[in-house]
Design a protein around this ligand. Structure first.
Ligand SMILES: Cc1cc2nc3c(=O)[nH]c(=O)nc-3n(C[C@H](O)[C@H](O)[C@H](O)COP(=O)(O)OP(=O)(O)OC[C@H]3O[C@@H](n4cnc5c(N)ncnc54)[C@H](O)[C@@H]3O)c2cc1C
Length: 515
C-alpha cells in the first residue's frame, strides 16, 4: 500500500469524505457547492492512466495498480471455486474500472426500499436525483439535460453487428425492444446507455470531482488510506490515515462520510469497533456500537457459459464490447425482471471453464434479483489484512432457477439464425447441444462468475438488520454516515454504478440540507 507524500492538510474541516468512487465522487460534488470545508481521503492512486480513460481499454485497467483484488471463500455451489473481486484503487474508485453500462434500476427496487421504511427512497423520490446528475445525449422524458455526468447510447454508424444480431434474435423470440434501459420499461432488449463521451470514460472523478477539485474549500489527497474512524464514546470525531507511512489524525467538525465501497466501508466500521460484538471480540477489537455490519452481502451472478467459436475474427467493438442487454422475468408471475442476458463481442468464460480458441462471441446470463446473501468479516485487526468475503452464490434454490432460465435463453439467442453466418460451433456443451439435468447443473456451477456488483453490507433500514437509517446515519453513532453501494437494503436489478452514484448524490443533498 502506497502512502501520500502531499503536503499535510493543516486546516480545519467540516467534513471528511473517505473514498472517491461512484458514490464518493457524487457526495464531494454536492458538498463542495455548499462552501463547507471538505477533506477527501482516497486510498488509491491518482487517475492519470490511459487505461482508465479510454473506454475501449476498460479491461486493461484491471491489469494496473488502479485495481486491487479481493477474493471470496471457496463457494459450495460454484464447483468449489473462489472468485476474484476487483475494486477501484484510484481517484474515481470502481467507476474507473467498470464496463460503463449505465442502468438506474427497476422502479420496484427503490419502491421496495421505501416500503420497508426507507422513506425518501421510492422511485419517484430518487428519480429527481438521477435526473439532476446526468446529461442524457439523446434526451427524453424522465432524463436529465444539464447534469455533470454525460450519458450516451451507441450511435447507428458504430453499432456492432453481433449486437444487432442479438436485438434481432430477441425480437424473433417474441421479446419487445425498449428504447432505453432507463426508460419506464426496463424489461426487453435495448441498446444500452453508457457513461461514455467521445470514447472517453465518464468516471465519477471526471464527471463529479474534476469540476470542483480546484475550489478553495476542497482538499483531496490520493494514496491516503484511512485505517480507522476515531471515536469519542459513540461520536465519530474524525479519522486516522497514513501520511508518509505515518498515522495522522484529522478531525471533522461536522461529519465523516464513509464512501469506501461494499467491502471497505464495513471493514472500516468493524476496525473502529462498530460491528457484531462476538466477531469483533474474536479478532481482539472492543465493541463501541453493536450493529450487523458486513451482513447481507449480495452480488449479481454473471454466467460465462454460453460461448461460440466463430469462423473468423469478430469485429472489434467501437465501445465496450457489450452494447446490448435484455432484462427479463424468469417466471411470468414476477412483477419485475430478475435476470439479464447480454451479448459480448469477445469470448468470455469463468475460471471453471477453458476455451480453446481465439475467435468467438458469447451471450452472458445474469441473476439480477438474487435471494442468496453472504457477508464480509474481519480476519484480524490489521487494516491491511484481507477480509473474509462469503458470497454464498446460489445458496437459495430460487437463484438456481433464475440462473438456469437466463442461461437457456442466452443459449437460444447465441444459437439463433442471426449468428448462422459467423458461428462455427457452440463451445463447452456436448455436440448434440443437449444436457441431462445433472450435466446442466454442473455446467451452470462451473459457469458462475461475478457481475462485480457487491452491495448491501451496511444496509439502510429501520429494523434490526439496518446499519444506517434512511438518512444514511450510522445507527447509534453521532457524526458518521455511509454513502455507497453498501447501504442498498437489497441489490438493484440493474448494474450498480448508476444507483451508487445516485446514493452519493442524494447523500450530498441530505447532508447539505442539514448543514
Ligand atoms: C470489472 C467491473 C465491471 C463493472 N461494470 C459495471 C458496469 O458496466 N455498470 C455498472 O453499473 N456497474 C459496474 N460495475 C460495478 C460498479 O462499478 C460498482 O458497483 C460501483 O462503482 C460501486 O461504487 P461505490 O461508490 O460503492 O464504491 P467504489 O467505486 O469502489 O469506491 C470506493 C472508493 O473508496 C476507496 N477506499 C477504499 N478503502 C479506503 C480507505 N481505507 N481509505 C480511503 N479510501 C478508501 C477506494 O479506493 C475507492 O476509490 C463493475 C465493477 C467492476 C469491478
Amino acid at each position: 500500500q502506497s502512502s501520500t507524500t502531499a503536503p499535510k492538510p493543516d486546516g480545519e474541516y467540516d467534513y471528511i469524505v473517505v473514498g472517491t468512487g461512484s458514490a464518493g465522487g457524487a457526495v464531494i460534488h454536492q458538498l463542495a457547492k455548499t462552501g463547507a470545508r471538505i477533506l477527501v481521503l482516497e486510498a488509491g492512486r491518482n487517475d492519470d492512466l490511459e487505461e482508465v480513460h479510454d473506454s475501449r481499454l476498460w479491461g486493461a485497467a484491471l491489469g494496473t495498480d488502479a485495481t486491487k483484488w479481493f477474493e471470496t471463500t471457496p463457494q459450495n455451489h460454484t464447483d468449489g471455486r473462489t472468485h476474484l473481486w476487483p475494486r477501484g484503487n484510484v481517484l474515481g474508485g470502481t467507476s474507473c474500472l467498470n464496463a460503463m453500462i449505465f442502468a438506474r434500476g427497476h422502479r420496484s427496487d427503490f419502491d421496495s426500499w421505501a416500503y420497508d421504511g426507507c422513506y425518501g427512497w421510492s422511485y419517484d423520490e430518487v428519480l429527481p436525483h438521477f435526473m439532476a446528475m446526468e446529461t442524457f445525449e439523446p434526451g427524453g422524458e424522465g432524463r436529465g439535460d444539464s447534469g455533470p455526468l454525460f450519458i450516451s447510447q451507441p450511435q447507428d454508424e458504430f453499432k456492432h453487428p453481433g449486437a444487432q444480431a442479438f436485438m434481432d434474435s430477441c425480437a424473433a423470440l417474441g421479446y419487445k425492444e425498449t428504447p432505453s434501459i432507463n426508460s419506464d420499461r426496463m424489461s426487453g432488449q435495448a441498446w444500452v446507455d453508457f457513461n461514455i463521451k467521445d470514447q472517453r470514460r465518464q468516471s465519477s472523478a471526471v464527471a463529479f470531482i474534476y469540476p470542483v477539485r480546484d475550489q478553495i474549500n476542497v482538499t483531496i489527497l490520493t494514496d491516503a488510506p484511512v485505517t480507522k474512524l476515531n471515536m469519542s464514546g459513540t461520536k465519530c470525531t474524525g479519522v486516522t490515515y497514513l501520511h508518509n507511512d505515518e498515522p495522522v489524525t484529522v478531525n471533522a467538525s461536522r461529519e465523516v462520510v464513509l464512501c469506501a465501497g461494499a467491502i471497505d466501508s464495513p471493514r472500516l466500521l468493524m476496525l473502529s469497533g462498530i460491528g457484531m460484538a462476538n466477531d469483533l471480540k474474536s479478532v481482539g477489537i472492543d465493541t463501541v456500537v453493536e450493529l450487523p455490519v458486513g451482513m447481507g452481502l449480495q452480488d449479481h451472478i454473471l454466467g460465462g457459459g454460453p460461448n461460440w467459436e466463430t469462423k473468423e475474427a469478430v469485429p472489434v467493438s467501437h465501445y465496450n464490447h457489450s452494447e446490448v442487454y435484455m432484462w427479463e422475468r424468469s417466471d411470468s408471475r414476477l412483477p419485475a425482471p430478475d435476470t439479464t442476458v447480454l451479448y459480448v463481442s469477445v469470448p468470455f468464460a469463468s475460471t471453471g471453464h477453458k476455451l480453446d480458441y481465439q475467435n468467438g462471441y458469447c451471450v452472458l446470463s445474469g441473476v439480477n434479483r438474487p435471494h442468496s446473501r453472504g457477508y464480509v468479516k474481519l480476519q484480524s485487526s490489521d487494516p491491511f489484512d484481507a477480509p473474509v468475503v462469503e458470497a454464498n452464490y446460489l445458496k437459495e434454490e430460487q437463484d438456481w432457477k433464475a440462473y438456469k432460465w437466463s442461461t437457456e435463453l442466452a443459449r437460444e439467442i447465441g444459437n439463433s439464425e442471426f449468428y448462422a453466418d459467423v458461428r462455427k460451433r457452440e463451445a463447452l456443451v456436448p455436440e448434440s447441444g443437449k444436457m441431462t439435468d445433472a450435466e446442466m447443473r454442473d455446467y451452470l456451477s462451473k459457469s458462475v462468475n461475478t457481475f462485480f456488483h457487491p452491495t448491501s453490507t451496511c444496509r439502510m433500514g429501520v429494523g434490526e438488520e439496518a446499519v444506517v437509517d434512511p438518512e444514511l446515519r450510522v445507527r447509534g453513532v453521532e457524526g458518521l454516515r455511509v454513502a455507497d453501494a453498501s447501504i442498498m437494503p437489497s441489490i438493484t436489478t440493474s448494474n450498480t454504478n448508476s444507483p451508487s452514484m445516485m446514493i452519493g448524490w442524494k447523500a450530498g443533498d441530505m447532508i447539505a440540507k442539514n448543514a
